[in-house]
Design a protein around this ligand. Structure first.
Ligand code: HEM
Length: 145
């Protein structure tokens, strides 16, 4: 069950990253109808990811890295950068949406240039971390079933 929740969370974050890329393609083509739709979909997918991730965390606890020692530093660099940027992404996205709905598109555009790379970094590294822990992870405890 824990694995299933993890797989769903990983799929959601990957899909949210994909939706961001599609949303950027739409606005680059000048499509002001599908850009907001797809970006709102990306936001919903990211929010759903958070729900599944927190559910897994609450029920099954965290997973410890037990892979090769020489990769430990690289793994933690990835994990820490991912976590910090993921926390930052939330307020950045809310700020982007707020400015978009207020029709302050110059501000929206300026912040979007930073938010999109952050979002994509978080999505890709989240997916990589999930893959690493599938191979080299060990349950670090939790309530469990
Ligand atoms: C969090 C979700 C969103 C993200 C990540 C996002 C991202 C972006 C990006 C990357 C651009 C292009 C910036 C550039 O050309 O350099 C852009 C432009 C734009 N976005 Fe969004 N967007 C989001 C949500 C929305 C929403 C909900 C709306 C409408 C209500 C919207 C309306 C626009 C418009 C009209 C532009 C064109 C601005 C201009 O060229 O003056 N966006 N957005």
């Amino acid at each position: 069950m824990g694995e299933l929740l993890g797989d769903i969370a990983a799929a959601l974050i990957a899909l949210s990253g994909l939706a961001v890329v599609v949303g950027v393609i739409f606005i680059k083509r000048g499509d002001r109808v599908w850009h907001p739709r797809v970006m709102l979909l990306a936001t919903v997918l990211a929010a759903l990811f958070l729900v599944f991730y927190l559910l897994k965390w609450g029920l099954y606890g965290t997973t410890r890295y037990v892979g090769p020692e020489e990769w430990r530093g690289a793994y933690y660099a990835l994990l820490i950068s991912h976590t910090i940027l993921a926390a930052l992404n939330g307020p950045l996205v809310l700020w982007l949406l707020y400015n978009a709905f207020k029709q302050r598109f110059a501000i929206h555009k300026a912040w979007a240039r930073w938010t999109v790379p952050v979002w994509l970094y978080v999505a890709v590294t989240g997916w990589v971390i999930d893959l690493v822990l599938k191979r080299y992870g060990e349950s670090a405890g939790g309530i469990g079933f």
